[in-house]
Design a protein around this ligand. Structure first.
Ligand code: DNO
Length: 355
């Protein structure tokens, strides 16, 4: 296991590489070219520049989150082959720069969805939260307005203003897409990119849909054990793997997280580990990483990762906003640093117990 932190790049992140370097046990960053639109080619030079910057700080790039997939690919539109070619070129350039992990998602229109970005908890911290009744009242086109006013001056992944301007158009593109069609389009995409992934040993790690069910009537497929196994079997290649995100799969309380981890042995290439606190089946909020602050048993999650021999990057995920920090909701320094230290502690204990 390799402990990492997500970093959006010096132009976008409130957290610096120097700060990340000082979190005990964190050696790698998970990063991206944040201003690249889905479908654009990442040049080797641009990747090299990012890599040099990270390495100058004493860290290294453990993987990319995300190289976003264009909606033409997700919907199987007439231009999909052009965008797949661009994606392949990007993967090739990443491979040449010795980067071997790419996280991506196949969620229609919206990436992750929350109804609140700043819900106050009893300890005075603020967190991202989801209430289904609130979501049911929101017109999808208005979703961006409600999210953007709480972004603390940052741009949140998946909620870029340029994208949200086109939200009506995006919904139209998905009009005839159901789960089966989305699976088919994912298969088509994966089959096309596997040769370049094999050539450069690039592990593709699909991120689950968050929350793990259909939102606004849009299809969502990466939501449970059955569907991930289906996805892995339909393109049976070790490079076709998953990002195991406890906070996303865990939104559905029928998902048994340690059991899912065990059934994905060998195909989890990246892990996002965080905790949620359920107030009801229709309402949850993000908690501190510590088990007792939320509804998940974080020991069991880490233990399952240990038991399957997981040796990829792991990152603490969304943190609470604490100690008056002003940052991208979920992506401040303080609570994620606490999360990294806690997860490292769990891992050390599990490792020693097993020796
Ligand atoms: C949210 C993140 C997602 C994730 C993408 C992966 O905080 O977990 O935006 O990075 O879905 O492509």
């Amino acid at each position: 296991m390799e402990m990492t932190l997500r970093w959006y790049g010096s132009k976008f992140d409130t957290v610096t590489l120097k700060q990340i370097r000082q979190i005990p046990g964190v050696k790698g960053v998970i990063t991206t070219l944040y201003d690249k639109a889905a479908g654009e080619v990442w040049s080797r030079d641009e990747i090299k520049k990012l890599k040099d910057e990270v390495e100058k700080s004493g860290l290294y790039i453990s993987g990319i989150e995300s190289v976003n997939v264009h909606d033409e690919i997700k919907t199987g539109g007439e231009n999909r082959d052009k965008y797949i070619d661009n994606y392949i070129e990007t993967l090739e350039n990443l491979g040449k720069e010795d980067i071997h992990l790419v996280c991506y998602n196949f969620m229609p229109v919206f990436d992750w969805t929350r109804s609140e970005l700043n819900r106050k908890r009893s300890d005075g911290s603020t967190v991202l939260a989801y209430n289904q009744d609130d979501i049911d009242k929101i017109v999808p086109e208005k979703m961006f307005e409600s999210i953007s006013k709480d972004m603390n001056g940052t741009v949140m992944p998946g909620w870029e203003p340029e994208r949200m301007e086109k939200v009506k158009e995006l919904f139209k593109m998905y009009e005839d897409i159901d789960d089966e069609k989305l699976f088919e389009n994912l298969k088509y995409f994966l089959e096309k990119i596997m040769p370049v992934c094999n050539k450069y040993d690039i592990k593709m790690a699909i991120h689950p849909d968050d929350p793990a069910w259909s939102v606004f009537g849009l299809p969502r497929i990466i939501i449970n054990k059955e569907n991930i196994l289906r996805m892995m079997n339909m393109v049976d290649d070790v490079h076709n793997g998953v990002t195991f995100c406890s906070g996303s799969y865990g939104t559905n309380r029928n998902n048994d997280l340690p059991d899912m981890i065990r059934s994905l042995k060998g195909r989890i290439h990246f892990a996002h580990v965080r905790n949620l606190k359920f107030n009801s089946d229709r309402d949850f909020e993000e908690a501190a990483h510590l088990s007792s602050d939320g509804s998940f048993d974080m020991y069991e999650i880490m233990k399952a990762l240990y038991d399957i021999g997981f040796d990829g990057p792991i990152r603490p995920d969304h943190g609470r906003m604490i100690w008056d920090e002003v940052a991208m909701p979920g992506y401040g320094l303080y609570d994620r640093a606490l999360g990294a230290a806690y997860l490292n502690g769990l891992w050390e204990a599990i490792e020693k117990q097993n020796k």
